[in-house]
Ligand binder design. Structure first.
Ligand code: NAD
Length: 352
């Protein structure tokens, strides 16, 4: 049994599905179901006894204590977070609350639970903290990619809150010996991605003939990884990573935002042609995000060297699968756009 936090979000739900398929071990899934949590992502698990969903906040110590005592997990995989940079600019408080205080509460609950475990189980226990490459700050055009020893230089409230949580995890290992691991991953894309983020936003807007907003000059560079490769990397680090270590996860796919948007448009032109012309006609440049980091790039060689992980998908294969997934799931998209997934939630979790 493992405890996953944030398992109804984009990466967390992909992870839970992947974990049950690849490992098959039961999961307690603790998620507050904020706007970003969507139980529709886990529809196929409705009657799967290996998945136990609990709606709740990682900052609720009594609840976390109860779940740990009841389910006795051998590991915690911590995805839950406020994750959207734009939202962090307009409302940073929630980011400090969940990403910093929430992680602190989870660490404290984990420490209390872990310290009472029998010796053997204590050595095998893992706290896996899922983090981002954004903690490292921004790179110049010719700088080498971020390694695990790159100094932390977060620039947005989101990345600062994630950096703070990484430091807490590090300290809980060094001070208390909690067997914790941290992974810092580059930008993910794939199924179940909430359409406030670049790739799903472009797909969803293009399909409904809306403008495709690109920040600034569109030349900001991100390193992209297909979400299922991230899930596989977390599995590998959880199984074989050394406690106290951090591992970068990346796809060796640096792309400018504008390249991404053109790629999405070209795929849509091929898979769902628009009689009005190429989807690229909808590209609209908008005022840049304040403090917008220019470039992120990840050096994932430590993970490959020490644990043998490499991404299975290239950007070309991953982005094609992703665009096809959105075309194949119009109902998921419609429910997210209309907010109907929240109504569904209210009827299923009334008072819960
Ligand atoms: P997401 O916003 O899609 O999902 C976050 C989930 O956490 C949601 O289901 C939400 O309901 C839940 N949640 C939020 N606050 C909570 C709280 N207080 N208690 C319990 N649950 C809560 O995010 P994501 O894109 O899936 O990211 C997951 C993790 O991976 C985050 O920690 C993020 O920092 C990290 N990460 C994301 C990316 C990326 O490209 N999306 C890249 C690297 C790392």
């Amino acid at each position: 049994m493992i405890l996953v936090t944030g398992g109804a979000g984009f990466i967390g739900s992909n992870f839970v599905l992947d974990w049950l398929e690849q490992v098959g071990e039961s999961v307690v899934n603790l998620d507050a179901l904020t706007y970003a949590g969507n139980l529709r992502n886990l529809d196929v698990l409705q009657h799967d006894a290996r998945h136990h969903f609990v709606r709740g906040d990682i900052g609720d110590r009594a609840l976390v204590d109860r779940l740990l005592a009841e389910h006795r997990p051998r590991a915690i995989v911590h995805f839950a977070a406020e994750s959207h940079v734009d939202r962090s600019i307009h409302g940073p408080a929630a980011f400090v609350r969940t990403n910093v205080e929430g992680t602190f509460t989870l660490l404290e609950a984990a420490r209390a639970y872990w310290s009472e475990l029998p010796e053997e189980q204590r050595a095998a226990f893992r706290f896996h903290h899922v983090s981002t490459d954004e903690v490292y700050g921004s790179l110049g055009p010719t700088d080498p990619p971020f390694t695990e020893t790159h100094p932390y230089q977060p620039n947005s409230p989101y990345s600062a809150s994630k950096a703070a949580s990484d430091h807490l995890v590090r300290a809980w290992f060094h001070t208390y010996g909690l067997p914790a691991l941290t992974t810092n991953c580059s930008n993910n894309y794939g199924p179940y991605h909430f359409p406030e983020k670049l790739i799903p936003l472009m797909i969803v807007n293009a399909l409904s003939g809306k403008p495709l907003p690109v920040y600034g000059d569109g030349q900001n560079v991100r390193d992209w990884l297909y979400v299922k490769d991230h899930c596989a990397a977390v599995r590998v680090v959880l199984a074989h990573g050394r406690p106290g270590e951090t591992y970068n996860i990346g796809g060796w796919n640096e792309k400018t935002n504008l390249e991404i948007v053109h790629t999405v448009c070209a795929l849509l032109d091929e898979l769902r042609p628009d009689p009005a012309g190429s989807h690229a006609r909808l590209i609209t440049f908008v005022q840049d995000r304040p403090g917008h980091d220019r470039r992120y790039a990840i050096d994932a060689r430590k993970l490959e060297r020490e644990l043998g992980w490499r991404p299975a998908d290239t950007f070309d294969t991953g982005i094609r699968k992703t665009v096809q997934w959105y075309l194949d799931h119009p109902q998921w998209v419609a429910e997210v756009q209309s907010g109907a997934y929240r109504d569904w939630l209210a009827t299923h979790y009334a008072g819960g």
